[in-house]
Design a binder for this molecule. Structure first.
Ligand code: 8YV
Length: 314
């Protein structure tokens, strides 16, 4: 008898991907389980693969609950929520979905930058609620020609920089190492924040970047400065961010990611100089289809004993 391999899906994915996986595998939906531990106890030893997303990842306790786990397929690129050292120790390969989401995430960073500086959401409300009839809305801030600092010049950071070049912006960046690019390199994040109008976070999450956008960085960015984050909420000290905006020490923020998703502090929701998105930078039909396709093809390759398409090098 040819049994379908069993997969643990940690969070929801595109319906088309879930349907495709359900044709080829027995899929257990962890997020729908009323008793997570009970489900893991029942099916844990049958599970050969985890399919998960960037925010939920695969914790050490989850991996430990699956003694016969063979592969972790991530529907995303950020591996910070996966216990990589445990995966490595157990020889479990991890696959991600690189490249296919780069351009859309860069688009979202640009959209948030423009939306926050130009108060697009405030303007939209201004029209919808009829305030326009009573007078002109507040003036906003120019984006083109201004100075922008990119924190983490990886694939997304570089794709964003190309877009910002078209806006004649003066681009600088911080990165683990200096790169061969025509942008100004800063070793020190506080120094760069002090020299720019906009700071955009496109670095990877994880211990090395935890809360590196802290109070001194936000204060250096200053009362007219704007922070954009399309990477991971863990990189920004969210309390310091709220404090800085409240006190007028920071001009505003455009955020796609948060410290404890899907929970967003009420204070952020009430700020007119903040634009919020539900971790949706890669959330286009085109990109999510390509990401889903990579998840499915990596799993297929694994169970067919073929080389993985996009293994993460840990
Ligand atoms: C996705 C992400 O939104 O790539 C990542 O690491 O966080 C995002 O692209 C997520 O994985 C899908 O839920």
């Amino acid at each position: 008898m040819n049994m379908k391999p069993e997969i643990l899906m940690v969070g929801p994915m595109m319906p088309q991907l879930m349907a495709a996986l359900e044709r080829d595998y027995i899929v257990h939906r962890l997020w729908e389980a009323p008793e997570r531990d009970a489900l893991l106890k029942k099916i844990g030893s049958n599970v050969k693969a985890i399919a998960t997303n960037g925010a939920l990842g695969a914790s050490g306790s989850l991996i430990n609950a699956l003694p016969n786990l063979e592969i972790i397929a991530l529907y995303g690129v950020g591996v910070d929520a996966i216990d990589l050292s445990l995966a490595k120790k157990r020889g479990i390969p991890v696959t991600t979905t690189p490249d296919v989401l780069t351009e859309d995430v860069a688009d979202m960073a640009l959209a948030l930058l423009l939306a926050t500086a130009r108060r697009i959401v405030v303007g939209d409300q201004y029209v919808r609620t009829g305030q326009w009839a009573r007078g002109e809305m507040v003036l906003t801030r120019r984006v083109n020609g201004k100075r922008v600092g990119i924190l983490g010049l990886g694939r997304v950071g570089k794709a964003l920089a190309k877009r910002l070049e078209a806006l004649n912006m003066k681009i600088s960046y911080t990165n683990r190492k200096e790169l061969d690019v025509p942008y100004a390199y800063y070793r020190d994040l506080v120094k760069m924040a002090g020299d720019v109008d906009f700071l955009v976070v496109t670095a990877a999450g994880g211990d090395a970047t935890r809360k590196i956008v802290n109070r001194p960085v936000l204060e250096a960015l200053g009362p007219n400065g704007i922070l954009i984050n399309v990477s991971r909420g863990s990189i920004v000290d969210e309390k310091a961010l709220i404090h800085a905006i409240k006190e007028g020490n920071l001009g505003g923020a455009g955020l796609d990611v948060f410290a404890s998703e899907p929970n967003v502090p009420e204070e952020l929701k009430s700020m007119p100089n903040v634009v919020l998105q539900p971790h949706h930078a890669s959330g286009t039909i085109e990109t999510r289809s390509a990401m889903g396709d990579l998840v499915a093809r990596n799993l297929e390759a694994h169970f067919a004993g073929k080389p993985l398409l996009t293994p993460f090098n840990y």
